[in-house]
Design a protein around this ligand. Sequence first.
Ligand code: GLU
Length: 314
Amino acid sequence: MTPPDDATLQAILDRIALEAREDPDKGRVADYIPELAAIDPDQFAIAVARPGHPTLIAGDAATPFSIQSVSKVFTLAIALGLRGDRLWERVGREPSGQAFDSVILLELERGRPRNPFINAGAIVTTDAVLSGTHEPRGALAAILSFVRDAAGDEKIHINDSVAASEIATGHRNFALAHYLLSHGNLENPPHETLGTYFHQCAIEMTCRQLANAGLFLTGCDDAPGLVSPGRIRRINALMMTCGHYDGSGDYAYRVGLPGKSGVGGGILTIVPDKASVAVWAPGLNRYGNSKLGTEAMQRLSDLTGWSVFGTAPD
Ligand code: GLU
């Protein structure tokens, strides 16, 4: 399949946004974080960033949303920069096949989380970033500055009300952090690591900003060089195998690209050597991943031939 030119790609994005708007089944907005429960599910946005091209958008691509677990990709990149491969002594690299906030898996595996994208594993990577900067304020400044550099946008910020909402209600995450501590796999006090984690999850971005922020993972020559090419390969591998929790196999089957979802309804997907795509639709499917976002990415993959497994549609 020949790569789409800008006009063709724009027409594809417009078509995908229209189909999403017309779909009566929007999924269910995450309601376990009170601030997210109030989000209007009738919103949809998609953005495609490629070095040397204008970032193309369709739908509500200028509306900021809570990136939630998409932030785990950025903290993993920072933690690997700080700790290198020693990070893998504290967290594994296997798909979990369990819910994103599973407690039982952590107990079965004696406090070493299965991968850095389930909540327990992300708490460990945030803890590593916190140890490298010594206090939550410094860790958050490092995370925010990484994300701003990646997106080339200094306006990206944290929504403190969303973070406060999770601090007040995130009992499962507190349980995970204390369990990690009981196994010697937390270096900082749980409230400090979790305070940092909840604020990192509460970063807000528009689809346009998020697509731009993912460019460093494409490996394109003129994308921001924030991490080494070897590390880009490894992070993409983890996004492919673990980026959608117990729906990771389904996303790989349907989309065939490395991606990371968040319960705010955002998904960042990387087309290696080509593009970074952000999609946002707040309603979730049964795995806690954006329902319309996943469907939109499947359409985009089919219509462009963007997949690491080949270009032919069904
Ligand atoms: N802040 C959310 C939590 O820890 C992130 C989960 C997600 O986006 O999947 O539960």
